[in-house]
Design a protein around this ligand. Structure first.
Ligand SMILES: [Zn+2]
Length: 73
């Protein structure tokens, strides 16, 4: 399941598999929070391509994951 979620997050999954995965993630707490985390990571990776220093990107990632943790419980 987590491999499928990664593919949703990076945009490489399409069609029925993507819908199935998103449907599952919307009903499964574990997969829903995993998907949120991986989407956050993908967006930070994209930022890094725009020449953000790795340390800054890592700090931002940690801060965003912390936000997710405090927001979902
Ligand atoms: Zn699940």
């Amino acid at each position: 399941m987590e491999a499928l979620l990664q593919q949703v997050a990076d945009g490489s999954l399409h069609g029925i598999k993507k819908y199935f995965t998103l449907f599952h993630a919307s009903h499964c707490y574990h997969c829903g929070s995993f998907l949120k985390r991986i989407k956050t990571m993908v967006s930070v990776m994209r930022d890094r391509k725009e020449n953000i220093a790795p340390d800054a990107a890592m700090d931002r990632l940690k801060a965003q994951i912390k936000d997710l943790d405090s927001g979902t419980k």
